[in-house]
Design a protein around this ligand. Structure first.
Ligand code: FAD
Length: 484
């Protein structure tokens, strides 16, 4: 299959060059997790084939019931919708918002406008695929054509590169080699004009004030912000990415791009991000950044092939995760950032405050929960999804599984030591002191081991003792795994 990312699948109904009554051809563009006008294959295709467009977003309660909605993401979504509406208005159009079942609402808009085609982006989750199948069937009954576009949410669509004899790659490195060889299509321009039929009713867009985030330091969303950030981050920080992406005590917070929420909501096209990074390169920074973007596609192709991994172990290891009161108490301490391990607590507090966490801290906090505390990865993944503004079924569940050893990591028994990780990735202790202000009085790397303080020194800090000694946690994990 073509991996340029521009492929599309169209339902059987034949295509006419003008509306059957000789009037205006109208197309509905269904926006889901693709909230942008640049490099948007469905919008581009619809604009080329129809005279009038209905850019539609449906607030579907089923999305909330499926656990995809969370206050931080709803707040960010409000920004994205407002920005998309603004971009469409600049082009003469607007965004139409409806609430209800997506399939029913699309059909309603098709009936109201006499639209003869619907364009939408392919999704990789079981939820998105089931919705697509229902939509296809319902639109066929209306005699309306559905075109589902690949390569909107990923650079190389799931299933486009597969190893011999399998429907997906289970190991990242060989996937990356094949992925990197694929040609990447040029990003599509935003349409210059968009004409929306006047009489199509829309609900008012939600304002960010009406959907308050739970994290006070949540970033602003929207395509304009995504494009501004992409441009400025690439020009100022891409070259240093290879060296700085794992540095936690990065005061400016620019060691990594922080583009993940924009990519999650599709306010930024991953194809355009790859294209622009490569255009800025060549260099180790651009190569490393593009490789990270490949991880998104890697997880998407695993999830598309094995939808159950959102819940079930990818490689079952028959773990007997700790349960009961003690495990509950440890889980609560982890969630609240009071495990007594400063780096773990710093990461968890960054998550609570910003709805985002540095990747190195995600790795350490997840390893601590699933290995040192030996608590089920599903508990951690749920907490992350409740707070992460980039919370994404493919990336979250599969990264959690990777760390827990039930996923695609080829070294499933590796355990990250939070003290050694802190010493390597936050050598001066800046990150920890910022997020754990109780320890701000401890200088340098001493902040990573407050339990070494004795007597009076220790009494000055209102900070918990470690929930478990690292050696005991490691022994418990190893004996559980040995019993497997
Ligand atoms: P950068 O370093 O600038 O990387 C650029 C982009 O590459 C990111 O925006 C992201 O889209 C992608 N990327 C980078 N690392 C990974 C990775 N390991 N897996 C997949 N894509 C990656 N990422 C999410 O987008 N959503 C999640 O819900 C999520 N949950 C995670 C849970 C755990 C336990 C772990 C260990 C990682 C998780 N990640 C998740 C991956 C990674 O931590 C974030 O993508 C990254 O921290 C985002 O910051 P950035 O945009 O500055 O990344």
């Amino acid at each position: 299959a073509a991996s340029s990312g521009s492929a599309s699948r169209t339902s059987a109904t034949s295509r006419a060059s003008a509306a059957p009554d000789g009037g205006t051809r109208t197309a509905v563009v269904l926006f889901t997790a693709d909230l942008r006008v640049h490099d948007h294959p469905p919008l581009h295709a619809a604009r080329r084939s129809a005279d009038a467009l209905v850019p539609l977003f449906v607030r579907d309660p089923a999305v909330d019931r499926a656990g995809f909605a969370a206050p931080n993401r709803l707040a960010f979504l409000a920004d994205c919708l407002a920005d998309l509406d603004g971009a469409l208005r600049e082009r003469g159009g607007r965004l139409v918002l409806r609430t209800g079942d997506t399939v029913a609402e699309v059909c309603r808009v098709v009936r109201e406008t006499g639209a003869d085609e619907v364009h939408a982006a392919a999704g990789c989750t079981a939820f998105a695929r089931a919705r697509e199948a229902r939509l296809r069937q319902a639109l066929e009954e209306h005699g309306c054509r559905l075109t589902v576009h690949d390569g909107v949410d990923s650079v190389v669509p799931p299933g486009d590169v597969v190893p011999h004899g399998s429907d997906h790659f289970a190991v990242f490195s060989p996937y990356f080699r094949r992925w990197a060889d694929q040609p990447v299509r040029a990003p599509l321009p935003a349409p210059r004009t968009v004409r929306v039929p006047e009489d199509v009713a829309s609900e008012p867009l939600p304002s960010r004030a009406a959907v308050p985030a739970v994290s006070p330091g949540l970033a602003a969303g929207g395509e304009s912000e995504a494009r501004r950030r992409l441009r400025s981050w690439l020009s100022r920080h891409l070259d240093a990415y290879e060296d700085r992406h794992d540095v936690l005590d990065d005061r400016a917070g620019d060691g990594t791009s922080r583009l993940s929420p924009f990519l999650h909501f599709g306010a930024l096209s991953p194809t355009e991000a790859v294209h622009r990074a490569r255009a800025h390169g060549p260099g180790a920074g651009a190569d490393a950044f593009v490789r990270q973007l490949c991880w998104r596609d890697f997880h998407r192709q695993v999830l598309a092939a094995r939808p159950a991994v959102a819940r079930d172990d990818y490689r079952p290891r028959h773990d007997h995760w700790r349960r009961g009161k003690d495990a509950e108490a440890d889980l609560a301490a982890w969630r609240e950032g009071r495990t007594g391990y400063p780096l773990v607590d710093a990461g968890m507090r960054q998550l609570a405050h910003e709805g985002w966490m540095h990747n190195r801290a995600r790795l350490v906090t997840a390893s601590f929960l699933t290995k040192t505390l030996y608590v089920d990865w599903r508990e951690g993944a749920r907490h992350f999804l409740d707070l992460l503004v980039d919370g994404d079924v493919a990336n979250n569940q599969l990264n959690w599984q990777w760390v827990a050893g039930t996923g695609t990591d080829t070294r499933p028994n590796r355990v990250l030591n939070p003290v050694r990780q802190a010493q390597s990735h936050d050598p001066e202790g800046t990150y920890v002191r910022h997020w754990v202000p109780e320890l701000a009085g401890l200088e340098g790397a001493a902040v990573h081991e407050p339990w070494r303080l004795t007597g009076l020194d220790r009494a000055g800090f209102d900070y918990p003792d470690p929930v478990v000694a690292l050696a005991d946690g490691l022994a418990r994990f190893r004996s559980a795994r040995a019993a497997d």
